[in-house]
Design a binder for this molecule. Structure first.
Ligand code: HEM
Length: 276
């Protein structure tokens, strides 16, 4: 006998009920893939970017909530969210394996159809960078044609980053974070600060005494670790697919991406390890 799930209680009549597809807006999502060429691999390229953007959306949502939690002294809840963000990046890291199945010859078949579009113009990626503390105002420019996006990015720059919130929390825990750090111009990118490193050194030399700060530090390092891997996987995939060609977005391509590998989100947390 062929198995009939409806005889087992599975609902099969959705004329009056919300179905899976209704709830998840599946029609909406699945109608958003519009290849511009006849090249077979363009579908992979589109879906890889779109799914990355969806995961970025969740990462932003979690970072946003984690920041709120830290600001209201609910660190334990924030840590759970930050652990999730690191896992999201791990998920994105595994996804490169799928894209790497596309060879240079296959990509060349549709690359020209992309015009000047590039992940460089991903506003969600830029928002993640801004939210965690990597604030480069020059990156606002590609979004000037979209006032709504510019507004989102500008609003982010006016707020304390995740790292700023962590440092503020350290100050509330009684650690000597300098006033100049707590009152810094938020729009500026973060640069290595010796006094902040000294604070982290105090924390790392006596974790049980500063357990909350220590846990926050390790969660940030964990996040940056996975984020760095994302950048590294991206640049390696790019070199594998386009070699040293310029990017569709107009940068030098590999040279630009290699330079971005040097970005440090939480420099003191990496340097402090040498001091211990
Ligand atoms: C074959 C696949 C890919 C190639 C050849 C490629 C190439 C490039 C290049 C050359 C750049 C530098 C900017 C430019 O001049 O265009 C770039 C930036 C970027 N790409 Fe990709 N990319 C690929 C896949 C992806 C995927 C799947 C994502 C996921 C969303 C992505 C996201 C980004 C982001 C966010 C940037 C900006 C990085 C930054 O400014 O630090 N790329 N890409």
């Amino acid at each position: 006998m062929t198995y009939d799930p409806s005889k087992d209680g599975a609902e099969t009549d959705f004329r009056q009920r919300m179905s899976y597809g209704d709830y998840l807006q599946i029609d909406h999502i699945l109608s958003a893939q519009k290849p511009l060429s006849k090249a077979h691999d363009e579908m992979l390229f589109i879906i890889q970017h779109q799914t990355s953007e969806l995961w970025m959306k969740l990462a932003l949502y979690e970072v946003e909530a984690a920041r709120r939690m830290i600001a209201s002294d609910n660190t334990a809840e924030a840590l759970k969210m930050l652990a999730r963000v690191a896992r999201i990046f791990e998920q994105l890291n595994s996804a490169w394996d799928v894209l790497r199945t596309m060879t240079p010859s296959e990509y060349t078949r549709f690359r020209d159809d992309l015009g000047q579009s590039s992940g460089f113009q991903s506003w969600q990626y830029r928002l993640i960078e801004y939210a965690v503390g990597n604030r480069n105002l020059a990156m606002l420019k590609p979004h000037e044609h979209r006032p709504d996006l510019l507004e989102k990015l500008e609003a982010e720059l006016a707020r304390p980053s995740l790292y700023d919130e962590v440092l503020r929390r350290l100050a509330r825990l009684g650690l000597p974070v300098p006033a100049a750090v707590l009152e810094r111009d938020l729009r500026q990118g973060w640069t290595m600060n010796e006094d902040v490193m000294a604070v982290w050194a105090t924390v790392y030399r006596d974790p049980s005494r500063y357990w909350e700060a220590y846990e926050m530090a390790e969660k940030l390092v964990d996040f940056e670790d996975y984020f760095r891997r994302w950048r590294f996987n991206h640049v390696t995939t790019v070199e594998r697919v386009i070699g040293f060609k310029r990017g569709t977005g107009g940068t030098a391509g590999i040279d630009y991406l290699n330079r971005m590998l040097e970005v440090e989100l939480f420099p003191e947390l990496w340097r402090v390890r040498t001091e211990l």
